[in-house]
Design a protein around this ligand. Structure first.
Ligand code: ZN
Length: 644
């Protein structure tokens, strides 16, 4: 039956195309259909050939060259250098990575080529190498993480073996439905009545989908560290898909473990989510090793995840199983974060899972998308869902922050800002950039060195590469003046421990952003040790401090703290000023959560609350139920909900 479907489409496609296109076969490639040819240049020169077929068959069609006509990688590199050097790039500026699973060559350049030149270069490359190029501008520097990503995509087992991964995924997606029942159920496996280890199973009579599979990093108890997939009668190979909403470890952290245990299906995510996730996963296993633990999985499992990753754009509707279509849209939380919309059984049912989302503007991102036409069930986070979780307006928070920063810098003190590497760090750099350039003298802060330590620099580089995902304001600034807030004259990356000592011993005011965000280890501890004793300095918290962390204890007033220094416990006294700023969060506050529900309320039949402390989940569900007269309930761990 599967073969027959594809067979029918293949015959029609072949019928439409002339002999000169040299099409050799048509196969599934994940959710799309790939057309293999010996002459890809014919299609590149006539883009309408593919677009007309795609419209006719309502399928995503991908152009692929036959592996045996592709020039071998070493010769292809020489030709690529020759073509690009002729366009004015030096060899050291050109970074070339091959994806032999898809027959694509990904070329990273310091800037984009103008459209007409890009087209000529593309045709030239395809004609001479038969590899299909994709271009991305890096503007600044390519983070190391791309080496790992592409090392997974150039496979030793031969191209045919690696392509089988994608065609197997496709055959599963387009298999004929066998079960006509319309039962749909959801089960919370983690991230319910808590923040951490997010995982939700969505099941129809036909398919099984996992939404996120995160870790609870700070959990004291081993049993609370992982989502409760163990409690299900689920064979991993029965899973149709894993969908990753965004890169943060509490949503992504244990996906490689699924591959370690034998899962070989796809994981769907947006383009920037892949490098950000790999960056965080690598750091996660490095930290485990350094602290003397055996990591739960290794690089090979991360590579297996990369091989099975399928990238989707926002608002692109994609078949992911015989009865489910997936659409991502902007969630406004971090770079690449997505709201997950599932359209089930020809649209008889539609689920929207928010993941972490911000229904409000930040410096970094546009607010979460809300213009859905069908959503019967909403699964919504509730990090700031309690009655008193109303954050002050952003403008006010920034002004308050500016006043405090000015005070410290005026007295020549240093400001230490503990921050997670992905998301908040870039948001704070964007805030600092705007305050330095403020027209209002009262809130303008002086230009001082801004040191960034930990993985912030790598995360910055990734942000610059995906400008199209960032806020209109940041894109506008970049287009008009070439400026970007993550790479300026005053930002200095602390790239080695000796540089860290220099920063600490340097006289004069400075701002230091360093990981980890809750003072749970990382370079920030080094700075804290040296800066804590001087009341002219200031420790500024700009992100959520979880219960039990050192950050939370300091926020709650503890001033004498024990830390481990070279294997010895030393006590340090916090004489530096301590300030906490609410309102820089990438989550929706109570008002924004209710605002989002209010936009969708005419569509909704049910609301399910996840991702929050129990009291916050309860408070949000009670309010939604009474305010909007909608059935709303907090999900409980392992409770099965049948959607009606
Ligand atoms: Zn998050």
């Amino acid at each position: 039956m599967i073969k027959n479907n594809l067979h029918k489409v293949s015959i029609e496609i072949l019928h439409k195309l002339s002999q000169t296109t040299e099409v050799t076969r048509i196969t599934y490639e994940g959710p799309a259909i790939a057309i293999y040819t010996k002459s890809p240049e014919v299609f590149i020169e006539n883009p309408v050939l593919i677009s007309e077929l795609a419209t006719k068959f309502k399928k995503r069609l991908l152009l692929r060259s036959e592996p045996d006509v592709r020039l071998d990688i070493n010769n292809a590199i020489d030709i690529l250098y020759e073509i690009l050097e002729a366009k004015g790039f030096s060899r050291s500026e050109i970074h070339i990575f091959f994806d032999s699973i898809r027959g694509e060559v990904h070329i990273f350049l310091p800037k984009y080529l103008p459209g007409d030149i890009l087209r000529k270069v593309t045709i030239d490359i395809v004609k001479r190498t038969k590899w299909i190029p994709k271009f991305r501008a890096y503007y600044y520097e390519i983070p190391h993480v791309y080496k790992m990503i592409y090392s997974a995509l150039v496979m030793k087992g031969g191209e045919r073996v690696s392509q089988r991964i994608l065609s197997n995924i496709g055959e599963r997606i387009f298999r004929s439905p066998i079960n006509p029942s319309q039962d749909i159920r959801i089960v919370g496996l983690g991230g319910v009545q808590e923040v951490g280890r997010s995982a939700i199973l969505v099941e129809t009579s036909e398919s099984k989908i996992l939404l996120d599979f995160g870790v609870k990093v700070g959990s004291q108890r081993r049993s609370e560290y992982m989502p409760r997939i163990d409690a299900l009668d689920l064979i991993l190979n029965d899973l149709d898909a894993v969908i990753l909403s965004h890169a943060h470890l509490d949503h992504s952290g244990l996906i490689p473990l699924l591959y370690k245990f034998g899962y070989r299906g796809p994981v769907y995510m947006t383009e920037p989510t892949l490098p950000l996730t790999v960056l965080l996963l690598k750091d996660f296993i490095d930290i485990a090793e350094k602290s003397g633990f055996t990591p739960l999985y290794n690089d090979n499992d991360i590579r297996e995840m990369i091989k099975h990753t399928i990238i989707l754009r926002y608002n692109q509707v994609t078949d992911i199983s015989p009865d489910i279509k997936l659409t991502f849209s902007n969630a406004g939380h971090i770079l690449g974060s997505a709201l997950t919309h599932l359209h089930i059984v020809e649209g008889i049912y539609n689920i929207l899972y928010t993941g972490d989302f911000k229904f409000g503007r930040t410096r970094l991102l546009e607010p979460a998308y809300h213009e859905f036409s069908r959503v019967e069930s909403l699964i919504i986070e509730s990090t700031y869902g309690a009655r008193n979780d109303i954050l002050p307006p952003r403008r006010e928070v920034e002004r308050f922050f500016a006043v405090e920063v000015k005070k410290v810098l005026d007295r020549k003190g240093k400001i230490l800002i503990p921050t997670p590497a992905v998301g908040r760090a870039q948001e704070m750099l964007a805030v600092i950039h705007s305050l330095i350039n403020s027209k209002d003298e009262e809130y303008r802060i002086p230009v001082v060195p801004v040191y960034i330590d930990g993985m912030i620099d790598d995360a910055n580089k990734i942000h610059i590469m995906y400008l199209e995902y960032l806020s209109n304001a940041i894109r506008g600034l970049f287009r008009e003046s070439g400026e970007n807030p993550f790479k300026t004259d005053y930002i200095v990356s602390v790239d080695r421990p000796s540089r860290r000592d220099e920063v600490i011993n340097e006289r004069g005011p400075a701002i230091i952003l360093s990981t980890s965000g809750m003072l749970q280890g990382g370079p920030v501890i080094e700075y804290l040790k040296h800066l804590a004793g001087d009341p002219n300095n200031s420790l500024m918290f700009v992100s959520y401090q979880a219960e039990g962390t050192l950050g939370r204890r300091i926020v709650d007033g503890e001033r004498s703290i024990d830390i481990i220094d070279n294997g010895r416990i030393v006590t340090i006294h916090i004489d530096m000023n301590v300030k906490k700023f609410d309102g820089f969060t990438g989550h929706s506050d109570r008002r924004q959560l209710l605002g989002f529900v209010s936009r969708l309320k005419h569509l909704l039949k049910n609301v399910y609350i996840v991702h929050g402390e129990p009291t916050k989940m309860k408070s949000l569900s009670t309010t939604i139920a009474s305010f909007f007269k909608l059935p709303a309930e907090p999900l409980n761990l392992l409770e099965t909900i049948y959607l009606k």
